[in-house]
Design a protein around this ligand. Structure first.
Ligand code: FAD
Length: 359
C-alpha cells in the first residue's frame, strides 16, 4: 500500500510538479474545518486547470474544485483526491453599443471585488449582492442571491472547462438552469463542468431594487430619499454585518439551510398552525417560507450551542464554529435541526452548504 501511494504520488508530481501533498483544508475554508487534501494544486491560469484535469483523469483520482471555501463543510478525513483551488485572475470591461457594459470575469476573482468595481463605475445590477464572500467561479453554482436579487438577473454567459470533452465551452444563462440556490452545476448533468469565466451584463441606467423588507426599513428609518449605488452598497454591508459574524473571528459558511419551497396545500396546513409566519408567493402553486423564522420562532434555536458548534445568536440559520468544532459535530448539529424542524412543522429542510469528502 505504501508503495502504491508513493508511486501514485510520484506520477502526480510528474504531471503536476506544483501540486502539494497532504495539505490541511481547514485554512482554506471559512468554517476553518476540514482534514487534508491528498493532493492540492492552485490553478492560476486556465491552462493549469486543463493540466490538473488531465492529471486526475490519467491517474483515476477524484477531483474537487475549491473557490474561497465559503460554502463547504469539509470532512474531518479530508479529501482523498486532488483539490484544485481556483485563483485564475482577470477582469475585462466591454462597453456595448446600447451603452450597457459586459464584464468578463475569470473564476478566481473575488465576487465582492467585482461588485465594488461595478459600483465605482456606476454600473447597476449586482449592488444588492454586496458583501457575499467567495469567488466569481462559484457564484453561478448556487446562483447566489440576497436582498431581492440573484446572480441570474445579470448573468449573460458562463465559460466552462468540460472534463468529459476536455474542451472549453460556453453556456448561455438559460442553459445554466438557474433557480433559487440551484443551477445545472449542482446536478448530475453539470458535474463535468468547471467554471473558468463568467460574463455579466451591467446597466449604466438601472433602477434601485429596494423593496426588500430590511432595505426598505433602513431607508425609512434613516429618511433616505436620494439614493446612490455606493449608498445602497454601504446600507447592505451594514445590514449584513448585523446578521453575520465577523469571518475573522468566527468560523461559518453563512446560511446553512435553504428556504423551503412548499406546494400551496402543504403551505396552507403550515400557515393554519403558525398564522404569523411570513411567506413569499413564487407563483400560483409555490410558496417560499423563511427557514430563519422557523428556526427562531418555532424551534427557538437562537444562540443554542453544543460543544463548539452553535446557531448564531443574531441569526440561527447561520451555524458557527466557536472554537475547535469538527465537521462531524457540525453535521450532527445540522441534522438535529433538520429533525427538529420536521417534528415541529412537518416540513423537510435541506442544507445549502456542500459537504465535501467522506463523513
Ligand atoms: C458569511 C457568509 C455569508 C454568505 N452570504 C450569502 C448570501 O447572502 N447569498 C448566497 O447566495 N450565499 C451566501 N454565502 C455562501 C457563499 O458565499 C456562496 O455560495 C459563494 O458563492 C461560495 O463561493 P466560494 O468561492 O467560497 O465557493 P466554495 O465554497 O469554494 O465552493 C462552493 C461550491 O462551488 C463549487 N465551485 C467553486 N468554484 C467552482 C468553479 N470555478 N467551477 C465549478 N464549481 C465550483 C465547489 O466545488 C463547491 O461545490 C455566504 C457565506 C458566508 C460565509
Amino acid at each position: 500500500m505504501v508503495h502504491y501511494i508513493s508511486a501514485m504520488q510520484d506520477r502526480l508530481l510528474q504531471l503536476l510538479p506544483e501540486a502539494k501533498t497532504n495539505v490541511p483544508l481547514a485554512p482554506y475554508t471559512t468554517f476553518h474545518i476540514g482534514g487534508p487534501a491528498r493532493y492540492f494544486f492552485i490553478a492560476r491560469q486556465k491552462e493549469d486547470l486543463v493540466h490538473a484535469v488531465e492529471a486526475a483523469k490519467k491517474l483515476h483520482i477524484p477531483l474537487f474544485i475549491l473557490g474561497g471555501g465559503s460554502n463547504v463543510l469539509v470532512s474531518d478525513k479530508g479529501f482523498n483526491g486532488l483539490v484544485v483551488k481556483i485563483e485564475i485572475q482577470g477582469i475585462d470591461w466591454k462597453q456595448q453599443k446600447d451603452e450597457n457594459v459586459r464584464v468578463c470575469v475569470c473564476a478566481g476573482e473575488q465576487w465582492d471585488h467585482v461588485v465594488a468595481l461595478s459600483i465605482e463605475k456606476n454600473l447597476f445590477g449586482v449592488e444588492n449582492l454586496s458583501g457575499i464572500p467567495g469567488t466569481m467561479g462559484a457564484a453561478p453554482v448556487q446562483n447566489i442571491g440576497a436582498y431581492g436579487a440573484e446572480l441570474k438577473d445579470t448573468l449573460d454567459e458562463v465559460e466552462v472547462f468540460n472534463k468529459k470533452t476536455t474542451q472549453f465551452e460556453k453556456l448561455s444563462a438559460d442553459a445554466c438552469k438557474f433557480h433559487y440556490r440551484e443551477s445545472i452545476f449542482k446536478k448530475k448533468e453539470g458535474e463535468s463542468l468547471i467554471i473558468s469565466e463568467v460574463s455579466l451584463l451591467l446597466k449604466t441606467n438601472g433602477q434601485f431594487r429596494v423593496q426588500y423588507k430590511d432595505i426598505d426599513r433602513y431607508l425609512s428609518d434613516h429618511q433616505i430619499k436620494n439614493l446612490s449605488l455606493s449608498m445602497l452598497r454601504n446600507i447592505i454591508l451594514e445590514i449584513r454585518q448585523r446578521k453575520f459574524p465577523d469571518l475573522r473571528e468566527v468560523g461559518t459558511a453563512g446560511s446553512f439551510f435553504k428556504n423551503p419551497i412548499l406546494r400551496k396545500k402543504e403551505f396552507q396546513k403550515l400557515i393554519a398552525k403558525f398564522p404569523e409566519m411570513p411567506f413569499y408567493e413564487l407563483d400560483q402553486d409555490r410558496v417560499k417560507v423563511p427557514v430563519a423564522w422557523i428556526l427562531d420562532r418555532i424551534c427557538r434555536l437562537k444562540g443554542k450551542t453544543k460543544g463548539s458548534v452553535g446557531a448564531y445568536e443574531r441569526q440561527p440559520l447561520v451555524l458557527i464554529n466557536t472554537g475547535n468544532a469538527t465537521a462531524n459535530e457540525v453535521k450532527e448539529f445540522a441534522y438535529e435541526i433538520i429533525r427538529n424542524v420536521k417534528e415541529k412543522t412537518g416540513i423537510s429542510i435541506e442544507s445549502e452548504v456542500q459537504l465535501v469528502g467522506k463523513f
